[in-house]
Design a protein around this ligand. Sequence first.
Ligand code: 4NP
Length: 165
Amino acid sequence: MTVQGGPARILFVCLGNICRSPLAEGVMRATAIDAAFPVEIDSAGTGDWHIGKKPDPRAIAVAARHGIDISAQRARQIRMSDFGYYDRMVALDASVLRDLRGLAPADGTALLELLLDHVPHRRGDDVADPYFGDDTAFEAALSDIRLGINGLLRSLAEGPDHARG
Ligand code: 4NP
């Protein structure tokens, strides 16, 4: 949570910001609204290949099949200022988490964590990259993301003492 008790600021991070982290942003927004939980969220990629682009059409489609519209999102790359602005930067896989740890400035305050660490029996697991897969891979990614977001919201509701689980 932010110091003033304002909305929790959360940035979801994957490689391209066109598949997994846009889905995480969309699921988190929908779930937090349903739960009336105050959050400020965004997503970003470690890579710069897709800056300014819409999510992958397959990601837009899988989200739409589950009642979530992510079509207005546009990809961006992480910025150094993110490490000071966000309370948590939530990586979608372990290699992205390693990259974030390597990039984090010394005065960065964001908690860097892995989404599926919030899911019992899934600690350390990646949300597998569906980019080179088919619709089944996008459904699997969305299913994992839902589990992770539910766990993340539980962690946020429990407060900072539980944040590092
Ligand atoms: P994402 O998937 O990290 O879930 O957005 C990818 C999208 C694009 C690429 C890799 C992963 N790419 O190599 O362009």
